[in-house]
Every structure is written in C-alpha cells, then in structure tokens.
Write a protein that binds this ligand. Structure first.
Ligand code: EPU
Length: 438
C-alpha cells in the first residue's frame, strides 16, 4: 500500500461530506455481541481499519461476521463462540487497544482468554492497570506472559464494588462488559460518562442488562444469567466531525458534515464559536465555516466528558495557529499529546510546549516532566513541508496543516489515518482539496 500523500495546500475546503458511526463506540459494540446468545445487528458502521481488526478477532473466536460496507451494516452471530489459537490472536498484537475489552465476554463464554500485546496511538504510556485490577476484583486470575496476558475464571465472575482513580473510558467499558453477566451487583464509582459509553449502555440494555447511571459518576449493574443479541444504530463520530470543522476553520473554508449531531458536540461548538468559527445545526448534519476576519485566541483545557475532548485538541490547535494572539492549551487526559507540534513548527507555526499546568487548574501531569501545555502564537502563515504522521489524531492535524499551507507538502505514514477516518481521501477530493497518493 502506498503510504504517502502529496498535498497542494492553500485552498479553502468547501463542500459536503458524511460522517458515520463513532470509531470509539462501534468497536466496543462489536465486542458486546460476544455476550449475546443470539445474533446482533449494528448499523451506521464506518469502513475503517479498527472495524476490520475487531472483525478479525471476533472471527477467530467463532463469531460469524458479515459486513455490508456500503449500507454500513454489520451482522454478528456469536452462536459458536470458541477459544482461538494463541498464535492466531498474536497476529493481531499491536494493532489496536480493543483486544483488552474481550476479557470479560470471553471469561463469561469460555472461562478463559488470551489477550495479545496492545497497540493504539503512542500518545502516552497508556497502561492497563485499571483493567487488570477490575478483572481481578471480579475473580479472574491474570497471568502476564511475554507476549500478552492469560486470564482464567475458576468460577462464575462475581459482582463487586470498584472506585476508579480516574474516569477512564476503557476501564469503564471493561467493567460494563464484565459486570452485565457477573453474579450479583456491581457498583462503579468514578465512571467515565462519555456519549460512546452511554450508547454502549443502551446496547447492553437492549441485550437484557440492568444498568443504572446515577449522578456523580456512579454506575450500578445487576448481573443477569443470559443476554440476547441487539439491533442498534451507532451514534455519530464526534471526533471526526470536529476534525472536519477544524479543517474548515484552518483553511478558511465551509464544510457541511452530514450525519453530525449536536448533543455530543456541544462543548466543541462552544469553543468553535469562541475561536470565531460559525456553525449551523441542521436536521441531518452541521455546517461549519470561517466567516472571514480574524480568528480569536483562546485558553483551553482538555478533560473527560462533558469537558473538551482530548481528541478534539490536535485538529483545533492547527486552526489556533491562524488565530490572532496567544492561545494556551492544557492537555489533562494524556501526558504526551503534543508530539504533533514539531511538524507544525517546521511549517512555520509558533508553538511552545511546557511541563507546567498552564491556563487552568493543576492536573495529575504537573511537576512530572511531561510537556503537556502549549502556547500558540498567531496568526502565522504555514508553508509546505515533508512531514510524518505520528498518531491518528496528530496525523489528521498534519493533514489539515498541509491543506492550509502554501505549496506542496508530502505527508508520510498516511495509512495510520485509515484507522479512524473513513475514506478520508475521497472526502478531501469532494471538498476540493488537491491531493494525490504518492
Ligand atoms: N489510564 C491508566 N490506566 C488504565 C487505563 C487508562 O492510567 O488502565 C489512563 C491513560 O493513560 C490516560 C487516561 O487514563 O492518561 C485516560 O485513558 P482512557 O482509558 O480514558 O482512554 P482509552 O479508553 O484508552 C479512549 C479512546 C481514545 C480517547 C480516550 C479519551 C478508544 C479505542 N480510545 O481511550 O481515543 O482519547 O478514550 O476519551 O475508545 C482516538 O480515537 O484517537 C483515541 C486515542
């Protein structure tokens, strides 16, 4: 596969594209199908590599997966779930972080699970200590092997009471996918409540689970003996929508994102408006545009939901290089999410990264040597460069920078973007971008 994109930048992106289901929900709903005794149907599924990776892993475990890519419909039949060979699972090592969520469902179905070494973006250490602590508390026996983790459930997993030290998305999902079929009641204090998690809870409820979400991040689950398949339409991908909105702003363009929905985007829309972007919420999508004149600098802090998402940060920072004055961005979810700024500097942006917690409250990364705050001074014209994609969201940000920059940029490692952005090259062309694979 050719992994290089030439981008002739400097032109506003204008037009209409469609965004389908959220990457960070679809993959989890696919894992949930393992818990059902009958087939599940998932709609609004985008054709991205993470879906292919999870389909491959489900297939190895005996789930019959059929994917109609055009219609975006996945049929998942778990009637014959079986243990997969370690060597086959190992072939998926390093491809994604989703395999860790197979633990609970496989322990319920088979009493054992092998999880390969995980992949995912290199945006920090990304440990799995919360996940393993949760599984142990349910009664699973966890053995770390040189190439992954071996788990056993000597008897039915038991409901438990857990407090998370930080509202981790993955750990909350781990708990949900394990507790729904454990014996008795499970209570989670300090849960993540991202919209993708609420949609996963909706799926599990359709399957027969009993889950209540109380105030103050408390989730309570009454375990049941049996779950059925589900039929569900995935919520829209709010990260992809924000990425295109940021591209409209950075290039001085006008992009309508069909399929985008307002409730999950509210925090982003507030910030977009403060920077000077315009938007119009329509029945079937949201239009984002740059109304001319100066963009405004802002002080921004990323946070767990309902705060400003960490995944929105990187694309928006590219637009902030075009805002007048000093913007301050404090990243509090991942300790290492400003690596992409090196390429922006190479293209003419003025961005300094700092170890201190700037522009907000102190976070858990302060005084710990992590460069997790950035100061962006603008506006600075961007010029073309030869750049390498560092991670999924950082990569899309590089792409936005190349589209905003005058001249012909070479963006390498573009395949990484296929993990989470469906047909992004076709969408760029539809928006009038001058791009070609090398
Ligand atoms: N953490 C721990 N221990 C753990 C788990 C997490 O210390 O066992 C820490 C992480 O190191 C991080 C923080 O907790 O500093 C938050 O991590 P979280 O578990 O919430 O993230 P995740 O579940 O690994 C998902 C998304 C990310 C998204 C985050 C935050 C998926 C597959 N990934 O990751 O999406 O940034 O939640 O919303 O759902 C992306 O799409 O590009 C992406 C990175």
């Amino acid at each position: 596969m050719n992994d290089l994109l030439y981008v002739n930048g400097g032109n506003p992106l204008r037009g209409t594209i469609t965004v389908r289901g959220a990457k960070n929900f679809v993959s989890k709903a696919m894992v949930a199908s393992l818990l059902g005794e009958t087939p599940s149907v998932l709609r609004n599924v985008p054709r991205i590599r993470d879906v292919a990776v999870v389909s491959g892993l489900l297939d190895l475990h005996g789930v019959n997966v059929k994917y109609d890519t055009d219609a975006g419909i996945l049929d998942l039949d778990p009637s014959n779930v079986e243990s997969a060979h370690v060597a086959d699972i190992d072939a998926h090592a390093g491809s994604s972080r989703i395999p860790i969520l197979f633990c609970g469902p496989l322990l319920h179905r088979l009493g054992e699970a092998f999880i390969p070494d995980l992949g995912g973006c290199r945006i920090g250490d990304r440990p799995i200590n919360y996940h393993l602590d949760i599984l142990r508390q349910f009664g699973a026996v966890v053995d770390k092997l040189p190439n992954g983790i071996q788990l056993r459930a000597p008897r039915r997993l038991q409901g438990t009471k857990i407090a998370l030290p930080y509202p981790s998305v993955g750990a909350t999902e781990q708990l949900l996918l394990t507790a729904v079929r454990a014996e008795g009641i499970t209570e989670l204090d300090g849960a993540a409540i991202e919209p993708e998690i609420m949609d996963l809870i909706a799926v599990l409820q359709k399957m027969g689970a009993i889950i209540s979400v109380d105030t103050d991040r408390v989730i309570r689950i009454e375990g049941v003996d049996r779950l059925e398949g589900y039929s569900h339409t995935a919520l829209s991908d709010r990260i992809e929508t924000a990425s295109w909105a940021s591209a409209a702003l950075a290039t001085g363009g006008d992009i309508t994102v069909k399929g985008a929905t307002q409730p999950e985007m509210m925090t982003f829309l507030n910030t977009f408006r403060k920077v000077g972007g315009r938007f119009d919420v329509q029945d079937d999508g949201i239009r984002f545009w740059h109304a001319g004149g100066d963009l405004h600098s802002i002080v921004l802090e990323t946070d767990v939901h309902p705060g400003f998402m960490t995944d929105w940060q990187q694309p928006l920072v590219v637009a902030l290089t075009q805002a007048k004055g000093l913007s301050i961005v404090h990243e509090t979810v991942y300790e290492n999410r400003f690596g992409f700024a090196d390429a922006l500097r190479k293209m003419g942006a003025t961005i300094q990264v700092y170890k201190e917690c700037l522009g907000g409250r102190d976070c858990r990364f302060g005084q710990r040597n992590f460069h997790h705050s950035a100061v962006i001074s603008g506006p600075t014209p961007l010029h073309a460069a030869d750049i390498e994609v560092p991670d999924l969201r950082g990569g899309f940000s590089h792409l936005i920078a190349a589209l905003a920059a005058q001249g012909r940029s070479t963006v390498r490692g573009i395949g990484l973007i296929d993990r989470g952005y469906e047909n992004f090259q076709d969408k760029l062309v539809a928006l009038g971008a001058d791009v070609a694979r090398g």
